[in-house]
Design a protein around this ligand. Structure first.
Ligand code: ZN
Length: 242
C-alpha cells in the first residue's frame, strides 16, 4: 500500500490543496495532526481531510487547544491568539471531527503520533538523545511523527545502538531499515527555511519513504491571514519557511 503522509496542515488550505493535487499515486492518507492553528482556513482544512478516502488522522496540540482541552497559557502570545480565533470560528461539525481523533495509533510496523510515541502531544523529537528514549519504548519497527515542522529521519542502525540522524533524500525513494523515526515535515508551515509544502509517500510493501516538496501561492494565504485579523508574523513566516 502506498500512503500519503502529511502533518501540520495548520489551517493552510492552499498548501493542502497543492499537496493533494501533486502527490504521486497513493491508496490511503495518514495525517499526523495539527489541522488547525496559525492559519486562516481551519474549517476548510478539517472538511478536506475528513473527506479523504481511506484516511487516518491524529490529534495535535493545536487541535486539542482549539477544542479547549489545553489552556492558551501553554502557547506563545501569537499562537495563543490564533487558537482563540480558531475557537471562535470552528463549526460544530469541525469540533465533532477533531473530537474523534486519537493521540496515537499503531498499524502493522508503524506507530503514528503527533509529537512522539512517548509523549504523543507535546514532545519534539529533534535530536538523537530524544530519539533514543523513544526507540527504547517503541514497540514497532517505525514511528511516524510531526510537530517540529522539520523533515527529519532518525535511525537505530543496530539493536541497542545509539540513534543517528539520516540525511533526507528528496524526490526519490529511500529504503526503510528497522528501526526508524520519520517526520514528513509540515504542509502548512514549514520551518526548515524552505517555504514549499512538505510531505512524504510511504510504501508499506516495498518499505520505502519518499520526501516531496511543492510550491503554492503563499501570498494568497498571507492575504487571508491578514484579512482574518491574525498576527502579521504568522503571514511573514510562511514566505521565509520558518
Ligand atoms: Zn504544528
Amino acid at each position: 500500500m502506498r500512503v500519503l503522509i502529511i502533518s501540520d496542515i495548520h489551517a493552510n488550505l492552499t498548501a493542502l490543496e497543492a499537496v493533494l493535487s501533486s502527490a504521486p499515486e497513493h491508496d490511503a492518507a495518514w495525517c499526523l495532526g495539527d489541522l488547525v492553528g496559525y492559519g486562516p482556513d481551519p474549517n476548510e482544512c478539517i472538511q478536506r481531510i475528513s473527506r479523504l478516502p481511506d484516511h487516518l488522522c491524529l490529534i495535535g496540540n493545536h487541535d486539542q487547544a482549539a477544542l479547549g482541552l489545553i489552556p492558551l497559557s501553554r502557547f506563545n502570545q501569537d499562537a495563543g491568539a490564533v487558537v482563540a480565533w480558531t475557537q471562535s470560528v470552528l463549526t460544530e461539525e469541525s469540533r465533532a471531527y477533531l473530537s474523534t481523533l486519537p493521540g496515537k495509533i499503531s498499524i502493522e510496523k508503524f506507530t503514528l503520533a503527533h509529537g512522539s510515541p512517548n509523549q504523543p502531544i507535546w514532545e519534539y523529537i529533534l535530536d538523537p538523545v530524544t530519539a533514543d528514549r523513544n526507540f527504547e519504548a517503541l514497540e514497532t519497527d517505525y514511528a511516524l511523527v510531526g510537530h517540529s515542522h522539520l523533515p527529519l529521519i532518525f535511525h537505530q542502525p543496530f539493536e541497542d545502538s545509539f540513534a543517528m540522524m539520516r540525511p533526507i533524500l528528496w524526490e526519490e525513494p529511500m529504503r526503510l531499515s528497522p528501526r526508524m523515526i520519520l517526520n514528513p515535515g509540515s504542509v502548512g508551515q514549514p520551518r526548515d527555511g524552505d517555504p514549499r509544502a512538505c510531505f512524504a509517500i510511504l510504501d508499506t510493501e516495498k518499505e520505502t519513504w519518499e520526501m516531496h516538496r511543492v510550491s503554492y501561492d503563499v501570498a494568497e494565504v498571507q492575504i487571508r491571514i491578514l484579512r482574518a485579523g491574525l498576527p502579521e508574523r504568522q503571514a511573514l513566516r510562511l514566505m521565509a519557511g520558518w
